[in-house]
Write a protein that binds this ligand. Structure first.
Ligand code: IVH
Length: 687
């Protein structure tokens, strides 16, 4: 499709433009509809694959017709230039807070107070989960999302519009068929799902960044970024729960308000309920607390709201919080217990992780007997020693962590914890890299061997189906596999001796192993589990070198000639391939029939579609200097030129563009806005 980019027909008739416009409209509408089904209705009607296909179709069509791209297109969520600081937003109405109650007696008293003040004997409530994230105000004008801000001090918040735009569950356009109000201000919560939070933390630690303490901090840190590209990379979600202001009469109850929000296409909680009595509220609270650990996100209570809007108005607000609503919180999930021992576990790449063994304690209904201490620096920072009393924290299914040490007057403390000098699994020497300590034993260390095999067999590497954690543990435990190559020498007889293996499962596994013998170079490289060489770098290496031999004989200088590869990755590559045991395993793998598909000579070092072409800038750029823009262009193997010719790859038009833009139009050269240019760079270079 890249091709189309350059062959844009400057003389396109307006008929074609119209039909393209119609096609674009149809695609955008379809994508919006499926986003709605997925995020609001929680009832997708098409597969992820089909959705991706629609999205790609839109991207390609827009790329061929950049002049027809609109800001509410689903493709335009990312791309705004970084800011120097977040602007301030004055909220139209104060964003109040909630009074929190924990004791059921206080909740019953709240109901009594409501009845007394409203002079009635029955009050209906709407109940919903209390999401543990950060509150935002979203403004829609004529159905389009125009501004979003954080709560801040309740009166003034921070403008995070461009960051909110990157959140897929936030509609950029409301459902026009449901006739939303011309002006609508909505309040909602931005948060992160637990699985996404864990994956993000893993990614952060791998990159050497600090992990977030909990999903809420992760959500707040991600939303309050100056560079929306970072936010776009963070898995945030939003749920709406209040109409703050709107044109026309608002719905007459909170329940109807939530229904209206949903109708207009905004995501609302599917766990919302109407309760006719306070007993029903209490039951909802109990049930939700029980379900809490099975929810994919963190909630810390339920919010109880008087349903009728006229009653809400009558009850009014105190300075910080309305009188008609409360947060009925769950029992706290921090408990105090004692560290009975600190042990050290060894992961796939040999990283040693200290783990506290605790006197079992119940936190939020779950018994906890161990907690991760992350790394030696963390243990030192929190100064946790065997015998200490500590506060244990649990957030949903988050691996329990020690929040802090609790000092006990008169206690005698044991010696500070120190990481061992030898690997607790294989006794090899340990080495240190920043905050991390790792075992140097590599494949001789059973812990690392298991990890290495699991990684080798994983989906994005050799994709050996049926070779999961349990089987790998059996194979290593029985001494059947001592290195990756041994996998290809396994026999049916050996497998049949393993617990849980019968004829059929043995055949399936052997077939899967046999199938993996034909593998692309990048998957193979990725599967080797070389430190710092993930999917992307493996692809870069494969494209650059074309064959394993070429990679194995390259030196540090050669690796460093490659754009994406710096000194750390090249050092890691060279030391991996210098190691005799690694070379031996690779050699044996090939002898045992593993055939690594090489890249055809013509495609080696395949230049980017922009290589050798030129970019021309006209007008002012908002988010980057000309020097920065030039560096980005050079990353594509292209150059910056000052005049437009037929050879120009594209003209980037900023604010107040000059005659170069007319020239580009005349020659039919592709024209990009600054945002589109940044997107293109991101797409081509992955940065
Ligand atoms: S209603 C004036 N509903 O909890 C009432 N708030 O501790 C507006 N929160 O600042 C809030 N889930 O950020 C409401 N379903 C929900 C909520 C919710 C989470 C947050 C909100 C508020 C905080 C108060």
């Amino acid at each position: 499709m890249q091709h189309d980019l350059f062959n844009k027909n400057p003389g396109a008739t307006s008929d074609t433009t119209r039909s393209v416009q119609e096609q674009l409209l149809r695609l955008k509408e379809q994508i919006r509809h499926h986003d709605f089904l997925y995020y609001v209705k929680d009832r997708p009607e098409i597969s992820d694959g089909e959705y991706d296909r629609l999205f790609r179709e839109l991207v390609e069509l827009e790329r061929a017709h950049p002049e027809l791209v609109t800001s509410d297109s689903p493709t335009q969520r990312i791309g705004a230039p970084p800011l120097d600081e977040l602007g301030k937003v004055q909220h139209q109405r104060p964003m109040l807070s909630l009074d929190s109650l924990v004791d059921p007696a206080d909740v019953l008293a709240f109901d009594q107070r409501m009845k007394r003040e409203l002079e009635t004997d029955q009050v209906e409530y709407t109940v919903e989960p209390k999401f543990d994230g950060l509150s935002v105000e979203l403004v829609y004008d004529q159905g389009s999302f125009v501004q979003g801000s954080t709560r801040g001090d309740g009166t003034t918040g921070e403008d995070v519009t461009i960051n909110l735009r990157t959140i897929r569950s936030l509609p950029l356009q409301l459902q026009s068929s449901a006739h939303p109000p011309a002006h609508l201000v909505v309040r909602g919560e931005v948060y992160m799902r637990l699985d996404d939070f864990h994956a993000l933390n893993r990614r952060m630690t791998e990159q050497g960044d600090d992990a977030f303490a909990n999903p809420r901090n992760a959500a707040a840190g991600s939303l309050r970024q100056l560079d929306s590209h970072i936010t776009a990379d963070r898995p945030l979600v939003v749920t709406c729960y209040e109409v703050m202001a709107m044109d026309g009469p608002p719905p007459s109850s909170h329940w109807d308000e939530l229904e209206a929000l949903a109708m207009w296409g905004l995501p609302v909680s599917s766990l919302r309920r109407r309760c006719e009595t306070i007993d029903a509220v209490m039951a909802f609270h109990r049930k939700t607390e029980q379900r809490r650990d099975n929810l994919p996100y963190e909630i810390d209570g339920v919010v109880v709201k008087v349903n009728r809007r006229d009653w809400q108005k009558q009850l009014g607000a105190k300075s910080r919080s309305p009188r008609w609503t409360i947060a009925y919180k769950f029992a706290p999930r921090k408990e105090i217990t004692v560290v009975q021992d600190i042990v050290v576990s060894v992961g796939r790449t040999g990283t040693l992780t200290p783990l506290a063994l605790l006197r079992p304690v119940e936190v939020g209904g779950v018994t906890i007997s161990r907690a991760t201490l992350h790394n030696a620096d963390e243990v030192a920072r929190k100064d946790i020693r065997v015998g200490d009393s500590v506060k244990v924290e649990r957030a949903g299914d988050v691996i329990p962590a020690i929040a802090e040490r609790v000092s006990v007057p008169g206690e005698t403390r044991s010696a500070p914890f120190a990481m061992p000098n030898r690997c607790p699994v294989c006794r090899s020497a340990v080495a240190r890299e920043g905050a991390y300590v790792y075992c140097t034993g590599q494949a001789a260390c059973p812990a690392q061997l298991k990890g290495a095999i699991e990684h080798f067999a994983s989906k994005s590497a050799l994709n050996i189906e049926g070779l999961g954690k349990k089987t790998v543990a059996q194979l290593v435990g029985q001494g059947l596999v001592q290195d990756l190559a041994d996998l290809y020498q396994l026999s049916r007889v050996q497998l049949l001796r393993l617990e849980g293996f019968a004829e059929r499962s043995s055949t399936l596994l052997l077939n899967a192993i046999a199938r993996s013998k034909r593998v692309s170079l990048d998957r193979f490289l990725m599967g080797l589990g070389i430190r710092q060489v993930g999917q992307h770098i493996a692809k870069v290496l494969a494209r650059e070198f074309g064959s394993l031999d070429a990679i194995m004989s390259a030196d540090q200088d050669r690796f460093q000639t490659i754009q994406e590869i710096g000194p750390e990755i090249s050092a890691s590559l060279v030391s991996y391939f210098q190691e005799n045991s690694n070379r031996r395993v690779i050699n044996r793998l090939q002898k045992l029939g593993l055939s690594i598909e090489e890249i055809p000579a013509a495609q080696i070092g395949a230049p980017s579609p922009f290589a050798g072409r030129s970019f021309v800038f006209t007008g002012g750029l908002a988010g980057l200097s000309r020097g920065e823009a030039k560096t980005l262009v050079e990353r594509l193997g292209a150059t910056v030129s000052s005049s437009v010719s037929k050879k120009t790859a594209c003209v980037v038009a900023g604010v107040d563009p000059g005659s170069k833009l007319d020239q580009a139009r005349k020659l039919g050269v592709m024209i990009l806005s600054e945002d589109e240019f940044l997107q293109l760079i991101k797409k081509q270079t992955g940065t």
